[in-house]
Design a binder for this molecule. Structure first.
Ligand code: SF4
Length: 313
């Protein structure tokens, strides 16, 4: 349904590449999670594959296909028609997307009007939002409030509902649960899974939360410095093969773990421009060999996975 090939993004007037030759596929009813540290290129990738790079970035090369539609070469008019109806994005910090002086139902009406030829009334909008609101245990009356009258978690769930109003066939979610407590996070995950199951939509989640990715996704794509280093079925996340994925899994905190029993990944990711000539993970890798510094590993298929590492047989 959604195919990304060789997508590369660059920071304008700097030799920094937040996304580097990324390829991924999302099928019908599939749930794919793109995981990695903060600053690893997830948000740049989410915006870039919609043909809307973040301010100060531009697309260097690549192809993004949605069926037969080339997402990177839509005209502005086609873009308006296409978004929300075919593909929608719940952006990072989605609780801030609402107009501060506008009641929330008006935001919902604006979204529905993008793909609806008829004039929409308050009743049309509330009927539509009430179905989703009830599923997420949000009082429908909240849509008559202003954004400042709601909590961050309520606004975040309402932003998810906005993205679903026109029944998109692909939904992109960039850290959709970071303003939610554990209970509401679980409800949102269950709700989105049920919604995708009933509509056949594909879901692409961008998150640093390995726990959510592992329990929710069918497939996981691991991004490091804007580059895919491993792709694997979610059921195999307990035995990842790339040292970076292993570090992410080991750093995941679970309830009941003794204090300080988790270990992280030493150092921090630096932009692609500062990459050594060899493997981008060399400086932080516990398994690095001298040749990793000078040779660039390719993404190679290993059974059901793909891994970019010389140490993986
Ligand atoms: S190629 Fe070498 S440095 Fe890179 S992840 Fe594998 S072992 Fe580590």
């Amino acid at each position: 349904m959604l195919t990304v090939r060789d997508l590369t993004l660059k920071v304008t007037r700097k030799c920094i590449f937040p996304v580097w030759h990324v390829g991924l596929d999302l099928g019908k009813q599939e749930r794919v999670a793109v995981v990695g540290e903060s600053g690893g290129g997830k948000t740049s990738l989410a915006c870039g594959l919609l043909g809307h790079p973040l301010p100060g970035q531009h697309i260097v090369c690549g192809r993004v296909s949605f069926g037969r539609t080339d997402l990177l070469h839509l005209s502005p008019a086609e873009r308006v028609q296409f978004y929300y109806r075919d593909i929608a994005l719940v952006p990072q910090n989605a609780q801030n997307i609402f107009h501060p002086t506008q009641k929330l139902w008006k935001s919902a009406r604006e979204v529905m009007a993008k793909n609806s030829p008829e004039r929409l009334m308050f009743r049309d909008v509330t009927e539509r939002v009430s179905v989703f609101s009830e599923s997420l245990e949000l009082p429908v009356a909240l849509w008559s409030h202003y954004p400042h009258q709601l909590s961050g978690g309520q606004k975040q769930r309402m932003a998810v509902i906005l993205a679903l109003l026109n029944n998109p066939r692909v939904l992109l979610l960039d850290e959709p649960s970071n303003a939610l407590d554990e209970l509401n996070r679980r409800k949102l995950v269950d709700f989105l899974t049920a919604w995708a199951g009933s509509t056949g939509a594909g879901l692409l989640l961008f998150t640093h939360d390995m726990g959510i990715a592992a329990c929710w996704a069918t497939r996981i794509v691991v991004l490091y410095r804007g580059e895919v280093v491993e792709e694997l079925p979610a059921r195999m996340i307990g035995a990842p093969r790339h040292p970076y994925t292993r570090g992410l899994v080991a750093a995941n905190i679970r309830l009941g773990d003794p204090p300080l029993s988790r270990c992280g990944i030493p150092g921090h990711a630096v932009p692609v421009a500062q990459m050594p000539k060899g493997c981008g993970f060399f400086e932080r890798c516990p398994q690095a060999h001298s040749h990793c510094r000078h040779e660039i590993p390719s993404l190679v298929a290993r059974g059901e996975s793909k891994v970019r590492c010389f140490a993986v047989d």
